[in-house]
Ligand binder design. Structure first.
Ligand code: 5GP
Ligand code: MN
Length: 324
């Protein structure tokens, strides 16, 4: 975020009284942590803030301080002076939240996805940031805004999860500077990390067991895949939040260059989640061929079709990308 960007953000919000804040469906800790931290900041300015997400802040995110601020979209759409979309690359990923943005409402779009479609009236998009949370830390610091411990904990969770605990591409000295500042604002890193990484529901372990048992290695072991049929989702009572990170177990295998997870959704739809191990393999480009997007090394798409059909088509496209 440049100085010009944050001046524009302040200008846009200055006279707004009632502000809506939301992030993408199937939210992760970056989406929700950024939403909560931004909401707390706006509240400290005396704004009336309504934060929501298509799924609310579901169970597993109970460790995010003040997660109850994030509501399900209310039955009656409200009117906002400004609507803030965080961590959301394309407008349709706001899901049903979209129905709550009256036509003509000015939209402030703050995001780090390279595939961001600049759907806002003001777009602050920084693909060099590995998390929207990092952009917010830099924004708050540049504008001299105090970061409370609750804001800091949400922002640290956002950065820690989106960088795979400070490992993935995009993790730079800026990331550590942001994290360091957050710790100085009071984050209890061991306690937060325990909640984030060592408190997984048993369901998720059973899902991992299924993934490890059914994983397949294609293209001479360069591509690892795992499919989740609806029948298994139902049998194991898996929730959408449970499958985050399972794919990393596939990517971590020696020789694997890209990993893909195919999740069957109701209505002949498949959710694809793709990860690459090397910058030369751009899974965002491959997902883009199917109407999805994300980051070069972590992307996704929702593709109509059966598991068998979608996985065959996707793997064909990906094998071309890994060959280049
Ligand atoms: P995940 O695989 O964890 O669901 O998502 C990885 C990245 O790709 C995230 O940054 C997410 O926002 C993005 N992504 C996932 N699914 C879609 C999709 O259907 N469309 C777009 N545009 N981006 C997606
Ligand atoms: Mn993010």
């Amino acid at each position: 975020m440049t100085t010009t960007d944050w001046t524009s953000v302040h200008d846009m919000l200055r006279n707004a009284r009632r502000i809506g804040v939301a992030s993408h469906l199937r939210p992760d800790a970056d989406a929700l942590g950024s939403t909560i931290a931004f909401t707390l900041w706006l509240q400290s300015l005396g704004k009336e803030v309504h934060a929501f997400n298509e799924e609310g802040a579901t169970g597993k995110f109970h460790y995010l301080p003040q997660h109850a601020l994030v509501a399900l979209p209310p039955a009656d759409p409200g009117f906002y002076d400004v609507f803030v979309a965080l961590d959301t690359s394309v407008k349709k990923r706001l899901g049903t939240v979209l129905e709550h943005i009256a036509p003509g409402t000015p939209i402030l779009n703050i995001d780090h996805h390279v595939s961001n479609e600049r759907f806002g009236d003001l777009n602050v998009v920084d693909p060099t940031a590995p998390a929207t949370g990092q952009m917010l830390v830099e924004f708050f610091r540049m504008s001299g805004t105090p970061i409370t411990r609750d804001m800091a904990t949400n922002l640290f969770a956002a950065i820690s999860t989106d960088t795979g605990s400070f490992q993935y591409a995009g993790t730079t000295e800026r990331t550590f500077a942001a994290a360091s500042h957050l710790i100085s604002c009071g984050v209890d890193v061991p306690a937060l990390s325990r909640e984030m990484y060592e408190n997984q529901p048993r369901r998720r372990f059973e899902l991992l067991r299924h993934a490890l048992e059914t994983a397949r290695f294609e293209c001479d072991g360069r591509i690892a895949t795992f499919s989740l049929p609806l029948e298994v989702t139902r049998r194991l009572e898996v929730l959408p939040e449970d499958n985050e990170g399972i794919i990393d177990h596939l990517r971590s295998v020696e020789g694997v260059e890209a990993a893909v997870f195919f999740e069957e959704l109701p209505g002949e739809m498949v959710r694809v989640s793709a990860r690459s191990k090397f910058p030369r393999i751009d899974v965002c480009k491959v997902c883009g061929l199917f109407g999805g997007g994300g980051h070069p090394m972590a992307a996704g798409a929702r593709i109509p079709g059966t598991l068998a059909d979608v996985s065959a088509r996707f793997l064909d496209a990906l094998s071309h990308e890994t060959r280049n």
